[in-house]
Write a protein that binds this ligand. Structure first.
Ligand SMILES: Nc1ncnc2c1ncn2[C@@H]1O[C@H](COP(=O)(O)OP(=O)(O)OP(=O)(O)O)[C@@H](O)[C@H]1O
Ligand SMILES: [Mg+2]
Length: 264
């Protein structure tokens, strides 16, 4: 039985909290300025939501490559495309991951087979439901890669593919909570990439937005003035971030945000 005092926060607990948040710099020029000039609090799990082709994968690879350059190793978990295709495309736009993989600063988990598992998976004499297995397999695989290279950064791309195997929104929400809980002990600063299911200002919020500690939204759309690309920090707990959307561009070095410009 619980006593009320079990839930009290002791002053000794408060003293153990770090004096200030440590930040992981994103490696995306301009995005830093939107985040107190510092980046993403270390250990946060941040959802990067966007319209198709908005640049979610590019931004995430940029975050990992930057981490490799400053001594924060990373893991890229691919749930959709074969990683080979992604890296070939990234190299063509100036983000070369290969040297980092060769020097064991970056590790790749090809988790795309998880989507094509049969309904039941045999593990020894046991038969486990596909969903339970894929959750356990994903967390175990991430954990072993993180430990192997001492990773501090993690990208899961896209979360959508993993969650769609669950039948309804309630089950998907629970699955995401399980996944977040499963990866939390690893302490990695994590980007979870997902689709933006509706983009109107009156859209219904997606459950991912409530569960993550931070949300970044990337949109590419047609306006009367032409194609607009805008990025917005919807939330970043504990950070005094810019709440306005700002334009961004693809450059030969990856994405660059213009925090002093407004979107059309
Ligand atoms: N340096 C660059 N110059 C021009 N275009 C670029 C550059 N880098 C990336 N792109 C283009 O930007 C688009 C988006 O890239 P990316 O794959 O990162 O988007 P995404 O949001 O992950 O897409 P998806 O919804 O398919 O997962 C691609 O069409 C890509 O070719
Ligand atoms: Mg992508």
């Amino acid at each position: 039985m619980y006593r009320l005092t079990d839930f009290n926060v002791m002053s000794s607990d408060v003293r153990r909290l770090p004096a200030d948040i440590e930040f992981a710099s994103t490696g995306v020029p301009g995005l830093e300025e939107m985040l107190e000039g510092k980046g993403i609090p270390k250990g946060y799990k941040v959802v990067v939501m966007g319209t198709p082709g908005a640049g979610k994968t590019t931004l995430a690879i940029q975050f990992l490559v930057h981490g490799c350059k400053i001594g924060e190793n990373g893991i890229y978990v691919s749930l959709d495309e074969k990683p080979f295709n992604i890296f070939r495309n990234m190299r063509r736009v100036g983000l070369d991951v290969e040297p980092h993989i060769n020097e064991r600063r970056l590790s790749i988990v090809d988790a795309s087979p998880i989507r094509t598992l049969p309904g039941e998976v045999k593990v020894g004499a046991l038969s486990i439901g596909k969903r339970d297995f894929s959750m356990a397999a994903l967390i175990t695989s991430i954990k072993s890669h993180v430990e192997d290279i001492g990773a501090e950064r993690l990208v899961i791309d896209p979360l959508t593919s993993f969650l769609l195997q669950f039948p309804d929104e309630h089950a998907r929400r629970t699955a995401l909570m399980d996944l977040l809980e499963g990866i939390a002990p690893l302490g990695c600063t994590t980007l979870l990439l997902t689709e933006l299911r509706a983009s109107s200002p009156r859209r219904r919020y997606q459950f991912e937005e409530y569960l993550a500690e931070g949300v970044i939204i990337m949109m590419r759309y047609q306006s009367s003035g032409g194609i607009v690309q805008s990025i917005r920090v919807e939330k970043m707990r504990g950070v005094n971030h810019d709440v306005e959307p700002h334009p961004y561009k693809f450059t030969p070095e990856g994405i660059v945000v213009f925090p002093s410009e407004k979107v059309l």
